[in-house]
Ligand binder design. Structure first.
Ligand code: PLP
Ligand code: COI
Length: 355
């Protein structure tokens, strides 16, 4: 770890849009705060960290991120506590994953301190934008993309780093009806599913649209080789309570190593629940649904939070699970996570980074 300190120039917007924003009608990712953070990578270093009014940025249409996909992002959230304090949830974990994505895409890494300080500086400027209603927060979206304006298929030498912030409410408003996806794949072994690469999300859009057209809310990605094992659920990790144990697909190069997933695992261990990180077959899940051994199933992610699965569908056959309101584990996780993030219980793991 290095100990770099950031010097950030701040230019405030002339007029805040806060007063005109209806916090009761937030659609995820549609409302941006007054400012954004921008920085450049050139000549082998990160520079020009600036907080500026949110708005468009001029770019050449030849930038290689547009043509060859050298682009990735992160997602994390800031919370406002009842006493007005502000925390960001586990930004060190996002910093580590940011750098994993960067390395896989031949892009420059950023020292953890710079990543965390840049986020804290923007959140500090935007603290009035952090919603206080239950299940609401400030979504933080750091993104990095290649900016060399040439068409050669080589890693860019210059990059832009931008952080956007959006006040958000719950991403999903109801239990999800999900299908096991056995035709399309999100990622394959040796690929870059473990990176938060922009291309992973572009490739997921057609299968997701098809699933929605078929009447589903989300899909569960299965392994690329045999389509027999569960991998992730949409843009979230997937977790099951089977026979009283928390079972979740083990992370590997096809799976994004989620911060929420890691947090739920740590909480389950704190509570004395056995955790199994391993491959989990569709057959095992469906048998569990049939026999009643599967007592909980949910997606875990920053945007998704804890998103209960109401029903699975496998090749046309529907499996309705117990009423999510009655599920002990996912409700306990959901409530404890909220209590922790809003500062209502002790932060024994040191997960809240105070701004
Ligand atoms: N898997 C994918 C593909 C995602 O996009 C996300 C969201 O970030 C997750 C899992 C969950 O990760 P996290 O809990 O870090 O948000
Ligand atoms: C997140 O949870 O931060 C995500 O990246 C999901 C997003 C693609 C909406």
């Amino acid at each position: 770890m290095t100990t770099e300190t950031l010097d950030i120039k701040i230019t405030k917007s002339a007029q805040s849009r806060l007063a005109q924003t209806d916090f009761s009608k937030l659609v995820f990712g549609h409302t941006f705060t007054d400012h954004m953070l921008v920085a450049d990578y050139a000549d082998g270093e990160w520079k020009n960290f600036e907080i500026v009014p949110y708005g468009e940025i001029g770019m050449s249409p030849a930038i290689s991120s547009l043509h060859y996909g050298q682009a990735f992002f992160e997602g994390l959230k800031a919370y406002k506590h009842a006493d007005g304090q502000v925390s960001v949830f586990r930004p060190d974990k996002n910093a580590a994953r940011f750098n994993k994505s960067a390395e896989r895409l031949c892009m420059p890494v950023m020292p953890e301190e710079l990543f965390v300080q840049s986020i804290a500086a923007l959140v500090d400027v935007e603290r009035d934008w952090i919603p206080t209603a239950d299940n609401h927060s400030l979504y933080i979206r750091p993104v990095m993309f290649a900016t060399d304006p040439f068409l050669g298929v080589v890693p860019s030498k210059t990059y832009k780093y931008v952080i956007l912030t959006c006040p958000v409410g719950p991403y999903f408003s109801k239990p999800l009806r999900v299908k096991f996806e056995t035709t399309f794949t999100r990622s394959a072994e040796g690929g870059f599913g473990y990176a938060k690469a922009a291309g992973n999300y572009g490739g997921a859009m057609l299968p997701t649209r098809r699933a929605i057209e078929e009447g589903f809310d989300q899909l569960i990605w299965t392994d690329a080789k045999e389509h027999l094992y569960a991998e992730e659920m949409g843009a979230a990790n997937v977790m099951f309570l089977l026979d009283g144990k928390l079972v979740t697909p083990s992370t590997r190069d096809t799976i994004l190593d989620g911060v929420t997933r890691d947090t739920v695992i740590a909480m389950a261990k704190d509570w004395g629940i056995t955790v199994e990180e391993r491959r989990i077959s569709i057959t095992e899940i469906l048998e569990g649904a049939r026999s009643g051994k599967l007592t909980d199933a949910f997606g875990a992610g920053t945007a998704a939070t804890i998103a209960p699965v109401g029903a699975f569908n496998f090749e046309g056959e529907e499996y309705t699970l117990s009423d999510p309101a009655t599920r002990e584990f996912s409700n306990r996780v959901f409530n404890t996570l909220n209590d922790l993030r809003y500062g209502r219980i002790a932060d024994t793991h040191g997960w809240n980074y105070m701004v």
